[in-house]
Design a protein around this ligand. Structure first.
Ligand code: S3P
Length: 172
């Protein structure tokens, strides 16, 4: 693998963070999460950034964090679900990372996210199922286009997904 980072992309609930932690340990890389880095810098939660500063400001902070980690940290990077929406993020990541798209169905995502919407501002409205379906539909082509490798997560344990990603990285 020439690129030293592994960037996990995909929808909310795909398991980017939990799989990322396991994968980083297996590969001997540092684990980082774009959401956590934004939170550290902002001094508030992602939900608070959305509520107080707005989504656009969040996206700017997110892009700045992506630029930094894509600069090369020998990391497994769990990217927030919307990172791929900005082309500049995708090209920054591509320069140093293998992009792994973790696929999840709307049903599985909803199940994993659970009923609480406080941590995920995009799903705080009334009809979460419809919102997830619509958002997922509009983003699927973007995830697919960005991905070097696609791994399905439905019906698999965290360990199994991490193992599958590790296997697939050998060809990259
Ligand atoms: C978002 C996903 C979230 C977080 C923010 C926006 C999105 O991250 O960055 O709420 O646009 O899909 P996770 O994918 O880790 O939940």
């Amino acid at each position: 693998m020439r690129r030293t980072n592994v960037a996990l992309v995909g929808f909310m609930g795909a398991g980017k963070s939990v799989v990322g932690r396991v994968l980083a340990a297996r590969l001997g890389k540092t684990f980082v999460e774009t959401d956590s880095l934004v939170e550290q810098r902002a001094g508030m939660s992602v939900a608070e950034v959305f509520a107080r500063l707005g989504e656009e400001r969040f996206r700017e902070m997110e892009a700045s964090v992506v630029r930094e980690v894509a600069g090369g940290c020998d990391c497994v990077i769990a990217c927030g679900g919307g990172v791929v929406l900005r082309e500049e993020n995708v090209s920054a990541l591509k320069s140093s990372s293998v992009l792994v798209y973790l696929e999840v169905s709307a049903e599985a995502a909803l199940q994993r996210i659970g009923p609480k919407s406080t941590v995920r501002p995009l799903l705080s409205g009334p009809d979460r199922e419809q919102r997830v379906t619509e958002l997922m539909e509009s983003r699927l082509p973007v995830y697919t286009a960005a991905a070097d490798v696609t791994v399905s997560t439905v019906g698999l344990t965290i360990e199994q997904v991490a193992g599958e990603v590790e296997e697939r990285l050998k060809d990259e």
